[in-house]
Design a protein around this ligand. Structure first.
Ligand code: HEC
Ligand code: HEC
Ligand code: HEC
Ligand code: HEC
Ligand code: HEC
Length: 325
């Protein structure tokens, strides 16, 4: 016997000693007036569950700003995308019956026709639930566009050459198995899964340097006066969507420009804010000019761009020192 045939036997005999039989996993696909929780999925998909818990998707129903904006979940038109039954519908998702507090949960994105749909070929010894391979949808921006309607429209309008998918930036790559062992028995089961390149479920805003050219900054048309130095700071959005993007939640961008002396001492600051609601957002690939007047001794400008929203989150998405020629 090769190890490939020995180990399954070992695993199956290990399974037989489990207090629960395999059929006790049937509840994983019982979806309607009740449904399994994300934590149930997390019993095997340990890492994905932990990542999901930290994501904005897990907070989509309970977030204070959303509760207030919908008069405590009374405005029914608003609810479908925030506690969706399924993405497998024409048009935007509809509100589900069970476990709304989990927001955009595992089953919202992965359940169709009685099975868990995902992008990978199964390599596991035992699938406790049926698996359907639907690679195309999971690797495209279209999936995200089911709910991120405005951002998806912006993405489609952005220059197509080299355009990355939403997943490329908001779900970091990771090589691992789909499940992780949590006991001697599940360790054996997981040992049959082949690690593959999947993606993190943090749905985070990528500011960790993994994405290049979020923005580029340049300085042009410098005028050296006696009283002041006039120049234009040019910012170009390298993303395939607006900065800021998002249809809800009142988002802004703050552009701060600090004049620095030859020895990097701050001499003066100019600041300006852009509001998406005012049609002010930075458009992909289109340079935007910010004219500033600084002291004549200015040798370089530090440009810092921060995004924020009403919910209070602030993120510095760009910082660079640009020398004045
Ligand atoms: C008892 C363990 C277990 C539980 C609980 C579990 N899964 Fe799985 N799941 C697996 C295994 C094993 C695979 C297959 C991995 C492989 O074939 O490489 C898998 C595969 C998947 C896939 C990948 C399908 C593909 O083709 O890409 C998805 C999606 C998935 N599960 C979602 C879920 C969801 C959602 C839940 C909760 C409702 C859940 N799973 C609960 C063990 C589990
Ligand atoms: C079923 C609807 C739905 C789908 C599909 C969906 N999202 Fe979301 N997404 C939401 C909702 C609702 C929120 C708002 C949650 C909140 O912040 O309260 C959100 C928030 C986010 C955020 C955080 C925005 C912020 O304000 O910080 C990111 C990033 C994100 N989604 C990326 C993605 C990506 C990438 C995909 C595709 C892989 C995707 N989403 C698919 C509904 C969805
Ligand atoms: C090249 C990388 C990249 C791609 C591709 C990308 N994004 Fe983003 N996304 C970012 C960065 C960086 C930010 C932070 C800057 C901003 O707010 O615009 C961001 C911000 C967001 C936000 C707002 C988060 C917040 O807290 O303000 C949402 C929602 C979002 N992206 C959704 C999407 C969706 C949906 C797609 C696909 C249609 C997508 N993104 C494609 C990099 C990317
Ligand atoms: C907003 C939609 C969304 C939600 C919510 C979501 N997933 Fe996924 N999931 C995806 C996408 C997109 C991929 C494809 C990633 C790729 O290309 O590998 C994926 C991939 C997977 C895979 C295959 C492994 C991989 O990395 O490709 C498994 C297993 C899985 N998800 C399980 C879960 C579980 C369990 C939860 C809840 C804890 C969950 N997902 C929540 C969108 C989602
Ligand atoms: C088509 C799907 C969809 C519908 C319908 C929808 N939302 Fe959202 N909502 C989203 C997505 C996606 C996000 C996250 C990114 C963004 O702002 O576009 C979000 C984010 C939010 C946020 C911001 C959460 C934060 O980050 O602070 C609030 C508030 C909100 N929605 C309220 C509403 C209200 C009020 C309605 C009804 C008028 C509504 N939503 C209807 C998809 C939807």
């Amino acid at each position: 016997m090769t190890w490939r045939t020995t180990l399954p036997l070992l695993a199956v005999s290990a399974l037989a000693s489990l207090p629960v039989a395999c059929s006790s996993f049937d509840f994983l696909t019982e979806v309607g007036t009740t449904q399994p929780s994300a934590a149930d999925c997390g019993g095997c998909h340990v890492e994905i569950f932990e990542e999901f818990q930290s994501s904005a998707h897990a907070a989509a129903w309970t977030r204070a700003g959303f509760v207030a904006a919908t008069a405590e979940h009374e405005i029914t038109d608003c609810l479908g995308c925030h506690a969706p039954a399924s993405i497998y519908v024409d048009g935007p998702p509809t509100l589900r019956e069970a476990r709304r507090e989990e927001g955009v949960t595992c089953l919202s994105c992965h359940f169709d026709a009685g099975a868990m749909v995902g992008p990978i070929d199964s390599s596991a010894l035992v699938d406790p639930h049926p698996v359907l391979v639907g690679r195309a949808l999971y690797r495209t921006s279209e999936l995200c566009g089911k709910c991120h309607e405005g951002t998806y429209r912006e993405w489609r309008a952005a220059p197509a050459a080299g355009r990355m998918t939403c997943q490329d930036c908001h779900m970091g790559r990771v090589v691992r198995t789909a499940t992780q062992g949590t006991s001697a028995v599940s360790d054996v089961l997981v040992s049959f899964e082949e690690p593959f390149e999947g993606r993190r479920h943090t749905f985070h805003v990528p500011i960790d340097g993994t994405i290049e050219h979020v923005l580029t900054a340049d300085i042009c048309s410098v005028e050296h006066g006696e009283e002041a130095l006039r120049c234009n700071v040019i910012l170009t959005n390298g993303l395939p969507h607006l900065i800021p993007t998002g249809d809800f939640g009142f988002r802004w961008v703050k552009v701060a420009m600090h004049a620095l002396s030859p020895s990097d001492v701050p001499l003066a600051t100019a600041e300006t804010s852009l509001f998406k609601e005012l049609g002010d957002a930075l458009v992909p690939g289109v340079p935007r000019s910010f004219p500033v007047e600084f002291p004549p001794a200015t040798a370089s400008v530090r440009v810092r761009v921060t995004t924020g929203s009403r919910s209070g989150a602030r993120t510095t998405i760009f910082e660079q020192v640009v020398p004045i020629q």
